[in-house]
Design a protein around this ligand. Structure first.
Ligand SMILES: C[C@H](NC(=O)[C@@H](N)CCCCN)C(=O)O
Length: 459
């Protein structure tokens, strides 16, 4: 069968490779079907990433319409992130307990409700139907509801990809592809919202409603995924949901592999060096390099654009070569000089920005695909949830700190990012060491087994 191209064997996940069923069109062994499912999965967060960032390009219009200050506007992001230090962990647990289909449906409905509430709040205020104060509270509530689903939906999406691709030769490519589609949502929202508004005769509130339509597509994608996943359920016997066995098992979490904790801490420090930087980048370029609005937006968009294009390409490369801990260190090596250049030199920011974009594909391309190699299939969503909770815990502090430090001086903010990079660097070396000690699972090529690793070493 020409379409079957993957040795579906995996230390903890592989189980759909040996089933004696006659291959149906819904068999995950069929590469074409698997990739079709992935396309649907990738649409799930395309809309939610767009809706998350759609308010950013219209910050001044929103502030004016609701009569709020910059700090009030920042609260629209904080109210999304803070609850997710805890919530996303339970979101992951829920995914393993009730299954990814039902969990995704719950979370995407929260996302959709939030994506309706945000433009509705602004529309009602602009039309004078509610006061500016009520409009702001309504908008805050919308962002809160959006946050109840947003991060957990991301965790479930990553778990869906792991379910379908762990054990194949294409896990990092698949995760890179979903990441790429999510970043496309981000990029469209951040860089093209004014153009979208132009399509609606310059009506910026219509551009916010456009985000609601994309969130509607996310709902449709979850429903379609559920149908396809249900149809191929018999190929995944490992996924049978046993509510007893899957009861909140905190003990199991404490017994997670040491490398899971290192990867999670690395995820926290690495994203702390990048995400707050992206948030500040626009203003930083305008203040430090005297760029105009358009040039600053173009340059800061390069990071997301680069990682959007490179994530699947580097994903495929990492699938083929394995050695994830080494590439994490290499990715950290790129971001460190980039922040140093921005802090201490006057070289064109293009070079460091491209380095950050390259690193922002390589490091996530190693971190997220590492999880299925370190945990059991039934714990995947829990593990992703916990990792994202740890990431959010760090990010909520570092976002806050970086903003305050940047108010004093951008140079010191860059030095702050250098410190985050150094921490990431240290965790990267720790990962190499611990993985080496524990049998080099993270060095496996995707779809390979430990025996392959021994063979490689023998050559
Ligand atoms: C895959 C990874 N996801 C995250 O970092 C999540 N915390 C979701 C963030 C959503 C922000 N729009 C990533 O996006 O690199």
């Amino acid at each position: 069968m020409g379409e079957e191209d993957s040795p579906l064997i995996h230390p903890s996940h592989g189980s759909y490779h040996e089933l004696p069923h006659k291959e149906s069109i819904f068999s995950p062994r069929r590469a074409l079907f698997r990739w079709f499912v992935l396309l649907i999965v990738s649409l799930i967060c395309f809309g939610s990433y767009f809706a998350f960032d759609e308010i950013q390009p219209f910050d001044s219009q929103i502030q004016k319409t609701l009569n709020i200050e910059r700090a009030d506007f920042s609260n629209l992001y904080a109210i999304y992130s803070f609850p997710n230090i805890i919530l996303v962990f339970f979101g992951g647990l829920l995914g393993d307990k009730i299954g990814v289909r039902l969990a995704a449906l719950i979370f995407v409905l929260f996302v959709f409700a939030g994506a309706v509430m945000a433009p509705l709040a602004v529309s009602l205020t602009a039309a004078g139907k509610i006061s500016q104060r009520s409009g702001y509270i309504f908008l805050l509530a919308g962002r809160f509801v959006f946050g109840l689903g947003g991060e957990s939906l991301n965790v479930i999406q990553t778990s869906m990809t792991a379910i379908w691709f762990a054990g194949t030769k294409d896990l990092a490519l698949a995760l890179g592809f979903t990441l790429s589609m999510s970043r496309l949502g981000d990029y469209l929202a951040l860089s093209f919202s004014p153009q979208i508004a132009k399509l609606f005769g310059g009506d910026w509130i219509a551009a916010l409603w456009f985000g609601t339509v994309l969130a509607g597509i996310s709902v449709g994608a979850v429903l379609l995924y559920s149908v396809l996943d249900k149809a191929s359920e018999r190929y995944f016997p490992d996924r049978k949901i046993d509510p007893e066995e899957n009861a909140l098992n905190f003990k199991a979490i404490l017994q997670f592999d040491a490398r899971f904790w290192i990867v999670s801490l690395l995820c926290m420090t690495y994203y702390s060096g990048v995400t707050p930087f992206i948030a500040l980048c626009n203003d930083f370029l305008k203040d430090s390099y005297h760029f105009d609005d358009e040039k600053a937006a173009f340059y800061s968009g390069i990071i997301i654009l680069a990682s959007m294009i490179l994530s699947p390409i580097l994903g495929k490369f990492l699938d083929m070569v394995g050695n994830r801990p080494y590439f994490v260190v290499l990715g950290s090596c790129m971001i460190l000089p980039a922040h140093l250049m921005l802090a201490f030199t006057q070289v064109t920011p293009l070079v460091p920005i491209i380095l950050i974009g390259l690193s922002f594909s390589m490091v996530p391309g190693c971190l997220w695909p590492s999880i299925p190699l370190l945990c059991k299939a039934k714990e995947t969503a829990t593990a992703y949830g916990l990792m994202t909770a740890i990431q959010n815990a760090g990010l909520s502090l570092t976002n806050f700190a970086a903003g305050r430090i940047a108010d004093l001086s951008y140079k010191e903010a860059m030095i702050f990012f250098v410190c985050m990079d150094l921490l990431g660097f240290a965790f990267g070396f720790m990962l190499i060491y611990v993985d080496d000690y524990k049998g080099r699972t993270l060095c496996l090529r995707s779809g390979a087994t430990k025996e392959d690793l021994v063979e490689d070493d023998d050559k």
